[in-house]
Design a protein around this ligand. Structure first.
Ligand SMILES: Nc1ncnc2c1ncn2[C@@H]1O[C@H](COP(=O)(O)OP(=O)(O)OP(=O)(O)O)[C@@H](O)[C@H]1O
Ligand SMILES: [Mg+2]
Length: 231
């Protein structure tokens, strides 16, 4: 379980996150919504320890993340706008690199399995620089999941995926929830939220303005519009 307590973060002189309290339990898929510039990516970067908090704390299973940084980072699967793939490497070489980094056992078998799951097996020996955006995103899914993380931090993870890719990601996320992985997912597409999330947080003016267990698209849109109109 990840817990954020009174988290504050400035970027430059701009206070992006003013006071964030949040708790994401194992098996939760917590959607985070908010307009452009609201601080959603910043929030995920704090959870991934890419940014340090200015004040407040982030706990993972009851302990400050910075007191268990190496172990904690191995627990995270991270998907963002950057795919973190080596362009000159093939999919097999990319996944080999990450599986060595994470100390995965049965490496070759795991890599082959993931390449089939994300439907890139036939492209396994082609350098990633030749890949389309969606193909890179599929490989990123494999990169983010192959070490069996307990916490998924997903920043607009559906970006670039075709219809099959979107269905694949839903299936993978459902499986992750069944395995009790905790998921934080930023999205601008409210229709995705009710399909996979059990909670939604609305980030507004540096705070979680509303937190709801009602994840139906119309409900999310209504709250979102009310908050944005108040700007
Ligand atoms: N490195 C930086 N230096 C200064 N300000 C930054 C930096 N990175 C982000 N910001 C500012 O922080 C605010 C929050 O940015 P963030 O990327 O977290 O927003 P977001 O909610 O993810 O937006 P989007 O929906 O567009 O992805 C923005 O106002 C942005 O201009
Ligand atoms: Mg963002």
């Amino acid at each position: 379980m990840i817990v954020l307590q009174r988290v504050q973060k400035k970027l430059g002189t701009h206070p992006v996150l003013r006071h964030i309290d949040m708790e994401v339990k194992q098996g939760d898929c917590f959607a985070i919504v908010g307009p452009n510039g609201a601080g959603k990516t910043t929030l995920l970067k704090i959870c991934a320890c890419i940014h340090r908090v200015d004040a407040g704390n982030v706990y993972w299973n009851g302990q400050d993340v910075y007191k268990q940084l190496t172990q904690y980072k191995k627990s995270i699967g991270w998907i963002s706008h950057q795919h973190f793939l080596y362009e000159s490497f093939t999919p097999v070489e990319n996944l080999r690199f990450y599986s060595e980094l994470y100390g995965i056992k049965n490496r070759e078998e795991t890599i082959q399995r993931w390449l089939r799951v994300v439907d890139l097996y036939v492209f396994k020996d082609i350098p990633v620089r030749n890949f389309s955006k969606g193909m890179k995103q599929r490989l990123s899914l494999a990169r983010a999941l192959l070490h069996e993380p307990n916490l998924l931090l997903l920043d607009e993870p559906f970006t670039g995926l075709d219809q099959d890719g979107i269905q694949l990601l839903f299936r993978l996320l459902r499986e992750e929830r069944e395995k009790q992985t905790a998921i934080m997912m930023v999205t601008h597409d409210f229709s995705h939220i009710e399909k996979i999330s059990n909670k939604v947080a609305f980030l507004h003016k540096g705070k979680i303005a509303v937190e709801s267990m009602q994840t139906k698209e119309e409900h999310v849109r209504e709250i979102y519009n009310t908050l944005v109109d108040e700007r």
